[in-house]
Design a protein. Structure first.
Length: 285
């Protein structure tokens, strides 16, 4: 989930709660991941991260899973974030691979284990080498799957085959983290998605999965194909900036990104609006 900001760049707490309600009640999201990449976690303070968790829990905690991002390149800081998230009432954690300092695979495993040891919450590992430089190796997944608190992973590698192997070999639940691959990942055993575009088209994504579950693969493919132009537009730049533009156009809380990210320019904002308009006209077989 994006983090809404006020026009002056401060955390918009009422807007955060309102957006959470919209995503759950209108877009059909079963859970919300807070304080992640899309939530601009590098630019929010620890106190703001806690405020976001508390606001979302109060708004939708009775009807949606609330998962908090709680991992950085600093293991001690990550432990504090995880403990703060647990104290605030989060239902689970998203733990990204340490970035920038490039630890070994043994260091990556020790980092995740230290966080998981410090709390009682279930944790989802986040494998995203395009941002973290390093990926999580398959044998590292196998080691980490032995920890009772590590139950899932978010795959943003784009390698559906690797994700399938990890899922089969470890028993961890797999979630797709690449919107272009949502249907392909679901068809190969991933149980859900952690999606950026669901801010704008959550209902469409649910309809796609429902069609697949019902055996109507032609309809699922038609929805997937219709979503791709919007997905391509969103990820033609920083995805969260495009999503914030789309939300703002719809009159929903968003605000501009904090620096160093810039808001979507006029051309991208117009493209997002056009792609959303196209989807309103789409009809599924």
């Amino acid at each position: 989930m994006i983090t809404p900001f006020t026009p002056s760049g401060e955390l918009d707490v009422p807007g955060t709660a309102a957006l959470a309600r919209h995503l759950v009640d209108e877009q059909g999201c079963e859970g919300l991941v807070l304080n992640g990449t899309t939530g601009e976690s590098p630019t929010t303070t620890d106190a703001e991260k806690t405020q976001v968790i508390e606001a979302v829990l109060e708004a939708v905690g009775d009807r949606a899973h609330v998962v908090a991002g709680a991992s950085t390149y600093d293991t001690r800081h990550s432990v504090r974030l995880a403990q703060a998230a647990e104290k605030a009432g989060a239902h689970g954690l998203l733990l990204v691979t340490p970035y920038y300092n490039k630890p070994t695979q043994a260091g990556i495993a020790a980092h995740f284990e230290a966080i998981a040891d410090a709390v009682s919450l279930p944790a989802m590992l986040y494998d995203i080498p395009p941002r973290s430089v390093l990926g999580i190796a398959e044998d590292t997944f196998a080691r980490l799957a032995q920890h009772e608190n590590i139950i899932a992973f978010k795959d943003a590698t784009g390698d559906v085959v690797k994700a399938q192997r990890v899922r089969v070999q470890t028993g961890l639940a797999a979630y797709c983290g690449v919107d272009e691959l949502n249907l392909a990942a679901y068809a190969t055993g991933q149980v859900g998605v952690v999606s950026v575009t669901a801010h704008l088209v959550g209902r469409h994504i649910n309809a796609m999965f429902d069609a697949f579950d019902d055996g109507d693969t032609a309809k699922a493919q038609a929805i997937n194909d219709a979503l791709l132009p919007l997905t391509d537009a969103v990820f033609s730049g920083p995805g969260l900036a495009a999503v914030k533009s789309g939300l703002a156009t719809a009159g929903l809380p968003a605000g501009e990104p904090r620096l160093p990210l810039l808001p979507a320019d006029a051309d991208l904002s117009a493209l997002i609006a056009a792609r959303l308009a196209d989807l309103k006209e789409a009809r599924w077989a």
